[in-house]
Ligand binder design. Structure first.
Ligand code: P71
Length: 459
């Protein structure tokens, strides 16, 4: 059996969660049109929808919230945040934003022109959408190993350097206003990027004079993976590893709702003076004055303290081992997952788990429905419900490359008994999985259908 890491904290405040009955869940599912986004969160026992903004804050963070300075300009909480951002990232300039996508929006609005391309290992959905909204093309150049769920690789989130060089050569630097790298790589399973890869990406971008921005929302988990897995880093601190990583880039976007352990917030950091002047103007237009950026002073304080706590190595050791424990427990129960386990989530390969359900009947959606019905556990489908789209030329449906279900783990929220309960729920489903039925869509909007579509079980 895998080892569950003892928590490096004790519990001071609790939030009750309620177990519903099977009959109640059956009815709630029907009312929600079998779409788990439409459930009330109170009707969920274990909620693994996302690790974003769902963190349990520490007593130190809550103490800081009481001391938040709500001054419009020049608040003390801003300077506390500035000190944390500078100590960790070393960037010359930064602005707070209300969350990660606001930072992406400002960066894309300022730098992307119609027809431009932005390469990355894998862009997250919101980043891709912000690039497209500015008329650009998000380009994913992750290593091939990432496309095979069963194939282990210590740094499965890496950029393919050869693909990056040929992409730049073919496209031309005039159409590439900046390049990105997402750490960890959420889209391919919360997989880390090695320091060697960050260096190689940085070297390529610098050789071509392309500004390099890191999507840093899970940078601390990535730093701890480097410490554990990459030669030469075992004796470095996660702070030193993070500093080295940021020093290889020209700036970053960051959702503070992940590794900054906050419930809301984001950052946009950069070294370029002229870009910073334009950033402040865009920020004032959209988010707020540069010393609060769309947040309350208390939120800035929670972020400032959370940034340091997120790098704590006892916490990170516990965090990554908890995720691995869930992954190994599922594998032992016969549930195929994306291997190796990522930092913030386990991704179940629903296509392989339910081979009798064709992709047109959404095996991932069938599984998330059954997880809720059987155990009151909420996960999210990341397969053809979320990603299938019409081919722009033929109009035919292009299905997702993989039919995945993500079990994201909120930080410092659930205990071993909760994780064991999730494993038991899936083990019980695994024992009767051949009887699971697919679903069909009965109603859907034009865009982003996974949030609001309604389903029926195929007879
Ligand atoms: C996640 C999220 C949150 C989310 C976003 C959209 C739909 C459903 C859930 C957000 C990320 C992310 C990366 C790598 C930027 C953002 C945006 N992830 N980069 O995984 O993972 O940050 O939510 O603060 O705007 O559930 P934001």
């Amino acid at each position: 059996m895998p080892v569950y890491p003892a928590e490096p904290f004790r519990i001071k405040v609790i939030e009750p969660i309620r177990r519903t009955t099977y009959a109640e869940r059956q009815q709630l599912l029907q009312q929600a049109g079998y779409n788990l986004f439409k459930l009330r969160a109170e009707d969920i026992y274990i909620d693994l929808l996302t690790d974003s903004g769902t963190t349990a804050m520490s007593d130190h963070q809550w103490g800081g919230i009481m001391q938040g300075d709500e001054s419009y300009a020049g608040a003390r909480s801003f300077f506390n945040l500035e000190a944390a951002v500078k100590a960790i990232s070393g960037f010359k300039h930064f602005v707070p934003t209300h969350q990660g996508r606001a930072a992406e929006n400002i960066l894309c609005t300022l730098l992307v022109k119609p027809g431009d391309s932005i390469p990355s290992n894998s862009h997250f959905d919101t980043t891709g959408a912000n690039i497209r909204a500015a008329g650009g093309n998000p380009i994913d150049l992750v290593i091939d190993e990432a496309k095979d769920p069963a194939k282990p690789h210590p740094f499965k989130g890496n950029m393919d350097i050869d693909k990056l060089v040929s992409f730049i050569e073919q496209t031309g630097i005039e159409s590439i206003p900046f390049g990105m790298l997402t750490v960890t790589n959420n889209t391919v399973g919360g997989q880390p990027v090695s320091m060697a890869n960050v260096k190689a990406v940085s070297e390529v971008y610098r050789r071509y004079g392309i500004p390099f921005f890191i999507d840093a929302c899970r940078y601390a988990e990535n730093a701890y993976f480097i410490k554990l897995r990459e030669e030469g880093y075992a004796s470095k601190t996660t702070l030193e590893i993070a500093q080295e990583m940021f020093s290889l880039s020209d700036g970053c976007t960051m959702s503070a709702k992940k590794d900054a352990l906050a419930n809301i917030g984001g950052l946009l950091c950069m070294n370029d003076d002229a870009l910073f002047e334009r950033t402040k103007q865009a920020l004032i237009l959209r988010e707020g004055f540069p010393t609060y950026g769309g947040l309350a002073g208390r939120d800035l304080e929670a972020m400032a303290r959370g940034l340091h706590e997120g790098l704590d190595e006892d916490y990170l050791a516990y965090r990554l081992a908890q995720t691995a424990y869930l992954g190994e427990g599922l594998l032992a129960a016969g549930v195929p997952i994306v291997q190796p386990p990522g930092g913030h989530a386990i991704y179940v390969d629903a296509g392989r788990f339910l081979p009798h359900i064709p992709v047109e009947q959404f095996p991932g959606q069938a599984l998330v429905i059954e997880m809720y019905r059987a155990g009151g556990v909420r996960a999210v489908e990341l397969g053809s419900v979320a990603f299938a789209h019409p081919d722009p030329h033929t109009g035919e449906t292009v299905h997702s490359a993989l039919e995945l279900v993500r079990l994201a783990i909120p930080r410092r929220v659930y205990t071993q008994a909760h994780i064991d309960y999730v494993i038991e729920t899936l083990a019980e489903i695994a024992a009767r999985k051949d009887a699971l039925k697919g679903v069909r869509i009965v109603q859907q909007p034009e865009l982003l259908r996974h949030f609001t579509a309604e389903f029926a079980i195929v007879a």
